[in-house]
Design a protein around this ligand. Structure first.
Ligand code: HEC
Ligand code: HEC
Length: 155
């Protein structure tokens, strides 16, 4: 009995291996009808590591899920992306690289907290909440800053 189980496991794993080899032979990443010309790789979820030198805060670090924002076009947030090349981070030189101020348009802080920008976390969540309120839906948690949907207080 035991050897039969072993044998079927062995045959099973050989079969899987054979299938995997067939898939690998063609790059193996995509289905056979896809002839990929370029590709993009991006983090599904991430936690922000604050750049060194950025203004200090006692609020908890923020996590972000691309999946939870899947209905929003990439270019809304990645507003300098040309749609072809590499997508760069917000604090890239020449972008939101002013780490010491809060209100400058180039400030790192403002990339996420500009209440009037539709592509900052806070700006979009506040705008979303107006629409949600009208529809009687639960708002996204934006306040208090020390423990909201973004800066989730750590226990
Ligand atoms: C709601 C806003 C938002 C949307 C929509 C969005 N992203 Fe992002 N993405 C972010 C944020 C915030 C980061 C982290 C910022 C940073 O890296 O400084 C990030 C990081 C990335 C990175 C890593 C950049 C790096 O720093 O190396 C890639 C690649 C990326 N996103 C690709 C995409 C693609 C592709 C899409 C569309 C399918 C997309 N993003 C949609 C907000 C967004
Ligand atoms: C352009 C609009 C937009 C931007 C920009 C945006 N969000 Fe959101 N975010 C949304 C919407 C809409 C939802 C609700 C998604 C759902 O319910 O399916 C959401 C949901 C969330 C949630 C889920 C928690 C909750 O309260 O329900 C978190 C956390 C979050 N966003 C963090 C961020 C962070 C951090 C950033 C900036 C780096 C960001 N978002 C930028 C529109 C946005």
């Amino acid at each position: 009995m035991r050897s039969k189980v072993m044998l079927s496991m062995l045959v099973g794993s050989m079969f899987t291996l054979a299938l995997a080899t067939v898939a690998m032979a063609d790059g193996g990443k995509y289905s056979p009808i896809v002839d990929a010309k370029s590709e993009l790789c991006y983090p599904l979820t991430l936690t922000f590591k604050r750049p060194s030198g950025v203004l200090k805060t006692s609020f908890a670090p923020v996590s972000f899920s691309h999946g939870q924002h899947g209905n929003i076009a990439c270019g809304t947030c990645h507003h300098m992306w040309d749609g072809k090349g590499k997508i760069e981070g917000c604090a890239t030189e020449g972008c939101h690289d002013n780490l010491k101020e809060r209100q400058e348009p180039t400030s790192y802080f403002r990339a996420f907290h500009d209440k009037n920008a539709e592509n900052s976390c806070l700006g979009c969540h506040m705008k979303t909440n107006i629409a949600r309120k009208e529809k009687g839906q639960k708002p996204l948690s934006v306040a208090p800053c020390s423990n909201n949907g973004c800066h989730v207080a750590q226990k």
